[in-house]
Design a protein around this ligand. Structure first.
Ligand code: FES
Length: 111
């Protein structure tokens, strides 16, 4: 089950830039790579740096705090000091709107 939330408009994000957006209590880094949009957690898995403020080169963002790199298309950690991936979220374009699809964790059943 998932939830789709409008987080920005296309004009808010020039190619080659990133921006932090809020979606249902999540802080998400949204990037425009040559007109394609990608979303990952904004919080670096190493020590909480703001990934939206990192240097973006092709599809790699470098955390501004200690230099870990992440693939913005997949959230994969590409180099130390980060060893854990960050979550990535599908981005939909509807007209001028950018929407992020958030997965909703399934409830655990206890008996
Ligand atoms: S907080 Fe991102 S590399 Fe340390």
């Amino acid at each position: 089950m998932s939830k789709t939330i409008k987080v920005a408009e296309i004009r808010d994000l020039l190619p080659g830039t990133g921006k932090v957006v809020q979606a249902d209590g999540h802080e998400i880094a949204l990037f425009n790579i040559d007109g394609e949009f990608f979303a990952i957690d904004n919080i670096c898995s190493h020590s909480g740096g703001p990934l939206c403020e990192g240097f973006l080169s092709a599809d790699i963002v470098e955390c501004p705090w200690h230099g870990a790199q992440f693939n913005v298309k997949t959230g994969a950690a590409m180099c130390p000091p980060a060893t854990a991936d960050v979550r990535s979220f599908p981005v939909k374009v509807e007209g001028n709107d950018l929407l992020i699809e958030l997965g909703i964790p399934e409830l655990l059943c206890t008996s």
